[in-house]
Design a protein around this ligand. Structure first.
Ligand SMILES: NC(=O)c1ccc[n+]([C@@H]2O[C@H](COP(=O)([O-])OP(=O)(O)OC[C@H]3O[C@@H](n4cnc5c(N)ncnc54)[C@H](OP(=O)(O)O)[C@@H]3O)[C@@H](O)[C@H]2O)c1
Length: 164
């Protein structure tokens, strides 16, 4: 099962200069909770934004480069078709596609579930979530985030399932 997992701010901004535009530890915690023990699929630019391969989950990187350029243990796939095959061969696994925009755009027709965090604030950005046709999905969960000193924005966690 392919699942998109991302956070977007106003105007669908998801990235700025290779990083996240915001600091929202509650969303980082959510990311860690849902992906631990599962598989993440990241484009090479998104993978480069991590300190290293993320622990306690399978790390898949999508790149045109060779596996030898990545840390041992990272699964390197050289095309989106290879990602599709990887998911098809593992129907029981939750495979979280964690961006960025290039990878989301390329797998838009393949995704089964959407895990979206919406941050109700404006940030400068240079990377946006590709347009999603939400008429093809139904919302199955909505949970407001808790705003506090460390998480100084209004934000909401939602999940959408593809309508069969
Ligand atoms: N807010 C969020 O939830 C969120 C989530 C993820 C990322 N982001 C942000 O988004 C930005 C990165 O996104 P991005 O769209 O620029 O980059 P990206 O999708 O993370 O990575 C792009 C790279 O993926 C590889 N790639 C893409 N399509 C491929 C294909 N068909 N076959 C093989 N390799 C392919 C290429 O790597 P090579 O050049 O190595 O071949 C390409 O340069 C960063 O700012 C990041 O922080 C935000």
């Amino acid at each position: 099962m392919l699942i998109f997992l991302w956070a977007e701010s106003q105007g669908h901004v998801i990235g700025h200069r290779g990083e996240l535009p915001w600091h929202l530890p509650a969303d980082m915690h959510f990311f860690k909770t849902v992906t631990t023990g599962n598989t993440i699929v990241a484009g090479a630019r998104t993978f480069a934004s991590f300190p290293s391969a993320l622990p306690n989950r399978t790390n898949v990187v999508v790149t045109h480069h060779d596996a030898s350029e990545f840390p041992a243990g990272v699964v390197v796939l050289n095309s989106l078709d290879a990602v599709r095959d990887y998911a098809r061969e593992r129907p029981e696994e939750k495979i979280f596609v964690v961006g960025g925009a290039q990878i989301f755009a390329g797998l838009m027709d393949d995704v089964d579930l959407l895990y979206r965090t919406t941050i109700d604030a404006g940030f400068d950005g240079d990377t946006w979530m590709p347009t999603i046709d939400y008429s093809r999905f139904q919302r199955i969960n909505r949970q407001p985030g808790i705003r506090n000193e460390k998480n100084p924005y209004d934000y909401t966690f939602e999940q959408f399932q593809r309508i069969q």
